[in-house]
Structures are given as structure tokens and as C-alpha cells.
Design a protein around this ligand. Structure first.
Ligand code: KIV
Ligand code: ZN
Length: 530
């Protein structure tokens, strides 16, 4: 990528780091197939660059970057490295088959990073950075350099580093506010300062990468853009380290809603924002807060009488974005059992789901069950069904066949489960617990025996009413390492009109994911696995 490759001077490049910085969110670990699915969705969404991972960090990350490089042809595929030859070698190998590969290398520029993390001096750090760019350039033309913690760096040193790395061939310079410390005015001034003080800055694209520790990541990124950045680094739903990164959907919709201020275009197909948000939330197990801008469940809900009255008279009285423009569901569209396969297929396509025949059949059977109970199935019920039935990107070693509980205020909660295991064998067991879900989980543990700790359990009613579909999301932590990670966390979800059944499904989903991750790590030859 070169500065002249920007589509027009009025274009902002969207660099998506959901699979790298986003995946650094605690418990967001994705399997290789899941990463590939997200990469396909990002390509369909129209992002310009996909940061696919950090290849040296684990065999799984290496393979994910490799597979994404092999398959994704419509975007630049990028791999992260530290400023050393070993990391760059790994990234170059993983990106070898990419149509448009990019290495993203870099080093800290704030004194706190130089002294306490790198244990070096400013001059030596600058030299490492320049050498890393030169080495990365020996593999690919497109090299992006990150100046970690630029938000807290001394500006004149930052200018010196940028001039040197651009001189060494960096095509894009990334200015991260790594700790989310700056305010929009400050961050905007930092980007302006770079444009005014780095003599060769016109030879590179300025990228902004903001974190959300003070809730200003989107505002800071936009301030950077107003001051001349032409690449913005974002994640779907704003997930990422700690409080997360600038959110893709917020940045994109701010640009399109306030074109009068920003005057910039992106290549994003905004109608895919909501389906991609759902996909990422479901695969990472990170729920989207209901009041999240653009993609939250309440982002287009009007509950006060005055607002409802206004919207009914004229939508724009209280809506600055048409929900359809971001692909948000119109929950008023109702299906019933009479809608048949054709009606369901049509509605699923409208919602952006593309399912193969086997997946569609599973969804259809579940749809019939729910339609039988609820009579009317709205968009949110449908989303829950699809997420439950069709989005499984790993081998399911165990399948729940039957769950039965007995509980009440004077009885000991007891559960019986029947589970189909490897080779179609069926196992039946029972246990008691402090409540019905605890009893079910203990009974499942007796069958599956995969040691873990339940660290999060949440239930959400997807739709209103006593017969609503309930969605259970859980996180479990393995008691042994997988793929070199410390003690990885796996999320699971399940949806059913019976929340005990939904809980059992969520647990088996998470356990299957844990087992699949172990298998994947073993196949990738990770020495940490026994
Ligand atoms: O926040 C940060 O500084 C980063 C860099 C690695 C780009 O994520
Ligand atoms: Zn970051």
C-alpha cells in the first residue's frame, strides 16, 4: 500500500483489527474456522485491511493468518509483529500466500515504554524500529509501523521516529493511543503536529488506533481523521484489550451520518453492520450492551410515549439513522409455521444469513418447534435460532439428547442427562445440585469429565412474554492450558424457550469448543499439549 493507493483523497481506509486486538479481549478466543468466518464477513462488509492475527504468538494464530491469507482476496491481509526478525519471519511465512500482504511491526515510543518495558534508550529504540522496517521490507512492499503508546509520547521524539521509519520504507504509520489516555482535542492536535513536523509524512498514510479506557476511542479516532489521518483502526462492536477499541460501526456511521462535517467516504456496506455485529458477538461470546450505539438492541427502540408518538408521525423526529441502513432488524416482521420453508429461507436471506442445506434444515426444524409454542416468530427469535443451530465452526464431540430436572422449594434439585458422545455412543447420568442449572451441569460433568470452572453465566430473554426464547451465554475456564495460552476461556451459548435446556446447550457448546481447541492445538503441534 502506498499513499497513492488511497482510492481518492476523500476516502478513509478501514483497517479492521477484530481478529487481532479484538481477539485480545479476555475470553474471546476464536477457533481457526471461526476466524475464517469472521474474515469472510469482514470482506463482505467492505473493510480495506484485515489484521488477521499475531503469527508468532501461537501455532493457532499462525495458521489462522495463513488460512485467511489463502482465502481472502478482496482485502489487504495484515499480520502483527514486534520489532524483531523472528516475529517478522513468522508473519512473512504466514502471509506468504496473501494477495496483498502487509506486515505491521513497531515498538513503544513513550518514555514509560522505552524505560520500563523495553529497558533501552530512545536512540536505540529508534534504531530497532528502523531495522525492523528494513527487514520487513525485504519480504513485502507494504509495511505498517506502529508507534506504541504514541498518545503519551514526547511529540518531538515521535516525529523523529516517524521520519526515520518512513525513510526506511514504512508505507503506513500507525499512531496508537494505546492506553486510551488522550482527549479528542489532544489526539487531533497530535495528528496535526505530525503532519506539520514530519518532513516526509506525505510518503505515508497516517493511521489512528485508539483505545476506549476513558470512553473516547471513537471520538479520538474521528478527531485524528479530521486532522489528516486516512486510515482508521477499529473493531466490530468495539471489542479489544481492556475497555476495547474504536468501534467500526460507530466510526463508519458517524462518517456517513455527518458527511457534512467529515466529507469522507469508506467502502463499508453499511447494511451488513448489524449481521456482522451479531456474528462477532455470538462467536466471541461478548454480548453487545443494549444501549450500544448503532448495533445495540435498544439503538432504535423508542419507549417513551412522546418519542413513540413522534416517530410514528415522522421517523426522523427521534431517529438520525434509518435502522434499515445498518441492517438492524425490523422486529415487526413475523413468521409463523405456515410461512413454510420458502418464507423462512427468504427472511433469512434478507437478514444476511447464508446457510447450506443441512444448516437450513436444522434451523427450519427448530423454527417449527418455536412457532408451535409461540405461534409467531419474530426476527429476534430467528436470530437466536440461527445462532444456536447453524453457527458451529468446530466438531461437536458431544450432543445433548435429553435433559430432565426435578426441583422446587422443598426438593433437592436433581437432573438427568442423556448425551451422545464420540462414535455415536450414548451416555446417561444424573446428579443433584444447589439449583436446577447446577444439577444439570454436574450431571454433564459426570459424562464429559472435562475439568473447568464456570466463570460467567447470563440469561437474556430474546423476545418479550412468558413464552419468550431465552438465550443463555456462559464462559468456562479450562483447568489446563491449551495452545500455549495460560488458562483459556471458552464461551458457549444456547437458546430455548426453556432456560434449563438453553443452559445445558450452552454448557455443552462451550465444552465442545474446549475439546475442539485442544484437538486443534495438538494438530498444530503445540508442545504444551499432552
Ligand atoms: O494499542 C496498541 O498500541 C496496539 C499496537 C500493537 C498497534 O494494539
Ligand atoms: Zn491496540
Amino acid at each position: 500500500m502506498h499513499v497513492s493507493d488511497i482510492r481518492t483523497p476523500d476516502t478513509l481506509m478501514v483497517f479492521d483489527t477484530t481478529l487481532r486486538d479484538g481477539e485480545q479481549s479476555p475470553g474471546a478466543a476464536l477457533s481457526i474456522d471461526e476466524k475464517l468466518e469472521v474474515a469472510r464477513a469482514l470482506e463482505g462488509l467492505g473493510v480495506d485491511i484485515i489484521e488477521a492475527g499475531f503469527p508468532i504468538s501461537s501455532p493457532g494464530d499462525f495458521q489462522a493468518v495463513q488460512r485467511i491469507s489463502q482465502e481472502i482476496r478482496g482485502c489487504v491481509v495484515c499480520g502483527l509483529t514486534r520489532a524483531n526478525e523472528q516475529d517478522i519471519d513468522a508473519a512473512a511465512a504466514a502471509l506468504e500466500e496473501a494477495a496483498r500482504p502487509r506486515i505491521h511491526t513497531g515498538l513503544g515510543v513513550s518514555d514509560v515504554h522505552i524505560r520500563h518495558k523495553l529497558h533501552t534508550t530512545r536512540d536505540e529504540a529508534l534504531e530497532w524500529g528502523v531495522n525492523a522496517v528494513k527487514y520487513a521490507k525485504s519480504f513485502f512492499e507494504d509495511v505498517q509501523y506502529y508507534t506504541e503508546d504514541a498518545g503519551r509520547a514526547e511529540p518531538t521524539y515521535l516525529y523523529r521516529v516517524l521520519e526515520a521509519v518512513i525513510g526506511a520504507g514504512a508505507t503506513v504509520v500507525n499512531i496508537p493511543d494505546t492506553t486510551g489516555y488522550t482527549t479528542p482535542d489532544e489526539f487531533g492536535a497530535l495528528i496535526r503536529g505530525i503532519r506539520e513536523n514530519v518532513p516526509n509524512i506525505h510518503q505515508a498514510i497516517i493511521s489512528v488506533h485508539c483505545h476506549n479506557d476513558l470512553g473516547m476511542a471513537t471520538a479520538n479516532a474521528l478527531a485524528g481523521v479530521v486532522n489528516g489521518a486516512r486510515q482508521v483502526e477499529v473493531t466490530v462492536n468495539g471489542i479489544g484489550e481492556r475497555a476495547g477499541n474504536s468501534s467500526l460501526e460507530e466510526v463508519v456511521m458517524a462518517l456517513s451520518t455527518r458527511r457534512d462535517i467529515f466529507g469522507l467516504e469508506t467502502g463499508i456496506r453499511t447494511r451488513r453492520l448489524y449481521p456482522v455485529s451479531r456474528l462477532v458477538s455470538q462467536l466471541t461470546g461478548i454480548a453487545v450492551q443494549p444501549n450500544k450505539a448503532i448495533v445495540g438492541a435498544n439503538a432504535f427502540a423508542h419507549s417513551s410515549g412522546i418519542h413513540q408518538d413522534g416517530v410514528l408521525k415522522e421517523r426522523t423526529t427521534y431517529e438520525i439513522i434509518n435502522p434499515r441502513d445498518v441492517g438492524a432488524p425490523d422486529s415487526a416482521i413475523i413468521l409463523s409455521a405456515r410461512s413454510g420453508r420458502h418464507g423462512l429461507r427468504h427472511r433469512l436471506a434478507e437478514l444476511g444469513y447464508s446457510l447450506d442445506e443441512a444448516q437450513f434444515e436444522k434451523v427450519y426444524q427448530r423454527f417449527l418447534q418455536v412457532a408451535d409454542k409461540r405461534k409467531a416468530v419474530d426476527t429476534r427469535d430467528l436470530e437466536a435460532i440461527v445462532e444456536d443451530e447453524a453457527r458451529v465452526f468446530f466438531e461437536e464431540t458431544y450432543q445433548l439428547e435429553h435433559v430432565q430436572v426435578s426441583c422446587g422449594n422443598r426438593s433437592i434439585p436433581t437432573a438427568t442427562v442423556r448425551i451422545q458422545g464420540p462414535d455415536g455412543q450414548t451416555f446417561c447420568d444424573a446428579d443433584h445440585g444447589t439449583g436446577p442449572v447446577d444439577a444439570v451441569y454436574r450431571a454433564i460433568n459426570r459424562v464429559i469429565g472435562e475439568k473447568n470452572e464456570l466463570i460467567e453465566f447470563s440469561v437474556q430473554a430474546v423476545t418479550e412474554g412468558i413464552d419468550a426464547v431465552g438465550r443463555v451465554t456462559i464462559r468456562i475456564q479450562a483447568e489446563e492450558p491449551v495452545d500455549g495460552a495460560e488458562l483459556p476461556v471458552f464461551s458457549g451459548h444456547g437458546a430455548d424457550t426453556d432456560i434449563v435446556v438453553a443452559s445445558a446447550k450452552a454448557y455443552i457448546f462451550a465444552l465442545n469448543r474446549l475439546i475442539a481447541a485442544r484437538r486443534e492445538a495438538e494438530m498444530a503441534g503445540n508442545p504444551d499439549r499432552s
